[in-house]
Design a protein around this ligand. Structure first.
Ligand SMILES: [Fe+2]
Ligand SMILES: [Fe+2]
Length: 169
């Protein structure tokens, strides 16, 4: 049973890689690894998390999992560290989906669904709702992953580490 499960996982990962491999291996996508997104998670790791989970959910729901995986991988492709004052213009929360779309269009050939996934991923904070089911999946997965990354970071920072420090004294 475990063998069947691991073969299935392997197949899923291979299919996922077929969908996004060409994007992931580029220098510009790899450059997202220098920017922190939440806690100690980089933009690249965050985007990969959202992309893989969106891919799996869309595959399960018989949706366009390839566009979901590709759009999600580029959803936070804004290419700056939003924690650093002066790194960007305006409010990051409201503007970064537009900047990510501009960067994605500049560097890659992306389809309409992928464009919508990127530009609508901050809904409902940004008012334009997702046009496609895949975009809606990505907005939910992004919120789930972001919350999980923030909670994990807070847990490590304020609970686990002080407790370990107290114990070692
Ligand atoms: Fe975002
Ligand atoms: Fe995100």
């Amino acid at each position: 049973m475990d063998l069947v499960k691991s073969i299935k996982n392997e197949e899923t990962l291979c299919l996922y890689n077929d969908c996004v491999g060409d994007l992931i291996k580029t220098e510009i996508v790899q450059s997202m690894d220098q920017y922190i997104q939440h806690g100690n998670i980089t933009c690249l790791d965050h985007c990969k998390n959202v992309s893989l989970k969106s891919f799996k959910i869309c595959k399960l729901l018989n949706l366009d999992y390839k566009s979901a995986a590709r759009g999600a991988l580029l959803h936070d492709f804004f290419l700056y560290d939003w924690h650093i004052p002066g790194s960007h213009v305006g409010l990051h929360g409201f503007r970064h989906s537009k900047i990510s779309l501009e960067n994605a269009e500049k560097h890659f050939n992306i389809n309409n669904k992928e464009k919508d996934i990127i530009s609508a991923h901050m809904w409902p904070l940004t008012l334009r709702p997702p046009k496609y089911k895949e975009s809606f999946v990505v907005t939910l997965v992004d919120k789930f992953c972001s919350s999980k990354e923030i909670v994990n970071h807070m847990y490590k920072r304020f609970i686990t580490v002080p407790f370990k420090t107290r114990k070692s004294k």
